[in-house]
Design a protein around this ligand. Sequence first.
Ligand code: COI
Length: 365
Amino acid sequence: MTSRITFEQHPHPSPRPSADRDAVLAAPGFGRHFTDHMVTIDWSTEHGWHNARVEPYAPFAMDPANMTLHYGQAIFEGLKAYAQPDRTAALFRPEANARRFQRSARRLAMPELPVETFIEACELLVRHDEAWVPHGAEQALYLRPFMFAAENTLGVRPAAAYRFMVIATPAGAYFSGGVNPVSVWVSEQYVRAAPGGTGAAKCAGNYAASLIAQAEAADHGCDQVVWLDARERRWIEEVGVMNLCFVYGSGGDATIVTPQLTDTLLAGVTRDSLLTIADELGYRTCETRISLQDWQSGCANGSISEVFACGTAAVITPVGQAKTSGAGWTVGDGRPGPVSLRLRDALLRRQTGLEADLHGWLHPC
Ligand code: COI
């Protein structure tokens, strides 16, 4: 992959000793340990994208007047590099993340990083930190590309300078409970996104605004929050930081139903991959509106057999129980269902090169 930008490469003079690295890789958790390198590219109105480099992972100084700290121009992505059977590493669908990053940048009035530069930055980081790609089941190297304003002023306007970076963290299961089902709280008080807002952008503010509802869910004994639409508080949108899918029917006759994309939903790459795989496995798929009432009655009458959350970090997480202020219900028998587990396994097999890469989703590094 070539791009117009040339990256300077400064390998770490003293990377973490392999014994320390192996200790991390034995139980990586999620987002707790970072690899030896990071990628940085600067942007300014004067020079455009410039000063691209791979260098040792290190903290950096930030001026107290940095605009990000005040007005929140900050976007990010999440994607994974998976160990392949031949011990190489491959990124999963980096182009999809690069394109979504451009859409997020547009919404936040930030400059768009060329797709090929985004991919090259991720590729270079994986190459420098290949030893950090875990090989265990369910493990991967999670890459976090992000961009923030790099100008120091209190004027309210798009910044005149930005910084793009990629860091990486070895990742095991996102939820410490593994593939155990989660319980969800349907928030009637808070919304994640409103029409015309930033819901379809992966911007930091969306995540900050979600935390209080997540705390509300925890106060009600639930693991995650389910978001309803802002206008009617009736239509299901997302769960926590993930998309949501409903399995109607069972076995080979199952239909996977997921909320259709609007400007209040994040277009998940995992969501898209699962819809494609579901189709290939012979399930019907349907993107439409699903109401809270549909969910509750579908579980009561048995037409909904499984519900699962999906996202890059957690892949597929079954939903076992749901609760609102006035009701609570169990999905199926409350345990991970066969369709969710089959889709999860099929996606992981694609990601780890155990099954044919029919769509060119794997990007060797
Ligand atoms: C992902 O699944 O990559 C996410 O966006 C979750 C992340 C915020 C931890």
